[in-house]
Design a protein around this ligand. Sequence first.
Ligand code: XMP
Length: 319
Amino acid sequence: AWTMRNYLEQAICEIRERVGSERVLLGLSGGVDSSVAAALLHRAVGDQLTCIFVNNGLLRAREAERVQEVFGRHFRMRLQYEDASALFLRRLRGVTDPERKRKIIGRTFIEVFEAATRKAGPARFLAQGTLYPDVIESVPIGGNPAALIKSHHNVGGLPKRMRFELIEPLRCLFKDEVRRLGEALGLPREILWRHPFPGPGLAVRCLGEVTAEKLEVLRQADAIVLEEMKRSGWYEKVWQAFAVLLPVRSVGVQGDERTYEWTAAVRVVESQDGMTADWVKLPYDLLERISTRITNEVRGINRVVFDITSKPPGTIEWE
Ligand code: XMP
């Protein structure tokens, strides 16, 4: 019978046979696919694997720390941490057009990643967490920006001068199988059941110009949304849940002071594949807790709205 344990053993054998004594690099994002690919390769070839993690300054609260804890300290992988947040933010300064933001982020990512691979030293292989659905849908359909940007992060989008042999140990698997494989490899649930997170990160949830100040406000609001979703058991029932920062000021009153601050939009959707989505009818008391906590705890936000738009006609992200 086909079991995950058999699959795991066979995959390890195949990787060892192919890699021999060569080195392997892997771009670790902290998402489900690259995390499972990293854990699998590490099990197979240990220190011959180096994971490169790029902090683009557009990550959620405590994400970079968490990746270092889980992969560096717990799994003891060779982890090359590249903090490029200042570079990304500098390049994004003054940019308000969503498509330009994405292009700048995609280009900068490739540049930073390429420099990081040079720094990592000679390696023959580059590993990727490509799944079976990515293999069959490698041509972007319907102009979906997600598919387009995804291809950026694939090696197809990396410069030809980066001559690596590709290793894609998950390319026969579907998402649910990848999660089971990750479980067999001892990855925490928190990583295996994460919601999808766009490559351009918080930049597409911070409308208009991206600044360090706005990102910080957004991170705090988003952390509250995630915390309350998890605490109430709703997190694992939905496709995505997050906060968006609307840099529009409105008047409020807090204590006996008049305020004039930004708005947070809360977006929670259910979906099968991200192509269509329905907004989730969360219980009022959960919405109330989220709203109260954000307005009480996040300086810079005095109003919270809930997005009741499905896709179509809306998109899941706001940019
Ligand atoms: P939209 O906003 O197009 O999102 O309805 C559909 C799904 O794709 C994710 N998404 C992205 N993922 N890079 C990614 O890797 C991107 O640029 C990107 N844009 C959207 C989004 O989070 C949702 O799950």
